[in-house]
Design a protein. Structure first.
Length: 72
């Protein structure tokens, strides 16, 4: 696939998802099980010291993430 074709494909597939931490709609981030974490929150989480009060907030928000059920 040529570069122009790829960029138009990505533009058509563009959508925002709700971040499990900040609860805002964001276009870029990672998926963890059934949840989405935006790039900004991911970077904040990685750089936040465990003694920082913000870290406890991150943990509280991350508890919302559930592992997907496996149906057999």
């Amino acid at each position: 696939m040529e570069v122009e074709g790829l960029s138009s494909f990505l533009a058509q597939d563009y959508h925002e998802e709700t971040c499990v931490i900040c609860e805002n709609q964001k276009p870029k981030g990672i998926h963890l099980y059934t949840s989405f974490i935006c790039m900004e929150c991911e970077n904040d989480l990685i750089q936040t010291d465990t003694k920082d009060p913000k870290y406890k907030y991150f943990l509280k928000q991350l508890k919302k993430i559930t592992t997907p059920e496996i149906f057999s």
